[in-house]
Design a binder for this molecule. Sequence first.
Ligand code: BGC
Length: 350
Amino acid sequence: MIQIKNKASTFYFCCGMAVKLLLTLMTLVVGSTAFCQFQPIDAFEQNRRLGRGVNIIGYDPIWRSREQSRFKEKHFKLLKEAGFQSVRINLHPFRYMDSANAYALSQNWLETLDWAVSNSLASGLQVILDLHEYNSMGQNVEGNKERFISFWKQISNKYKDAPNSVVFEILNEPNKELTPSLWNKYFKEALDIIRTTNPQRTVIIGPAFWNSVDHLKELELPENDRHLIVTVHYYKPMAFTHQGAAWAGYKDKLGVNWGSEADMKAVRDDFIKVSEWAKAHNRPIFLGEFGAYDKAPMESRIQYIGFVARTAESFGWSWAYWQFDSDFILWDMKADKWVEPILKALIPAR
Ligand code: BGC
């Protein structure tokens, strides 16, 4: 309880309150102007703007507690200064949704998301909001349907006035129970919900079977929705990119190199197929994940990462490297600096 003892302190108290009020108003105005400028944009132009990007904060403790965050405000600026144009924010919201209240997202979680979105925008980065609940959806698609739908209801409504540099990605790597035919129905339901509040916002959708380049042909997009970007992920050959990765079944299989003519041809051939599909369907392509695990030989990782990024660019695709921190790291949190060889492979000296 504040006690005001005399006239002078009353004066300072009132001035203090007025300044506070002014600051709050300014924050509201600045915040809301940033969110009042949606301009429809051609999906190919949007994709050009996504350009070179990075996956961020999917596995950062920031979602549990802001105090424990590894990713800090400075990292947005560092990404921009290094030459990146976009961030793909990997979202795992299901455990922060209230099943007793229409799966409402928790206030803390939403505040963290706002922090990430506004800092990305303030640093001049395009933002992809990527629902990364692919494991839950793949394991129990029916059981998680309400969460999935409720998530997009809330997020699309919340960001309906955000600038076009905020893009939605319906679901990372649909897999297992979410078969190609079921996925065609599921993404359509989410897309319909998004379109009620965001008729022209760019939305990213990829094929089932882990966004595999080999499953594009099963993806059935609504022909008349031209505000879509199609995403694929690329980790082939898995024996190279996932060597040492227990979760992928390659725990003890180390020492695999990459870089022969045949290795490069395999990537090129895959990308040619994607590009033919893209031309036939007149859709822009976003390579939303690629990389090679930290346990692979560094020389080969650099060659692979550089080759995949340049080949994607030669087809006019945008891309996002997997990932900034946690594993496949681009930024070394302990040393507080870039993993230079990876950064150079992604963004060659300008
Ligand atoms: C997953 C990560 C995994 C990466 C490469 C991503 O989609 O979220 O957990 O490390 O793919 O396998």
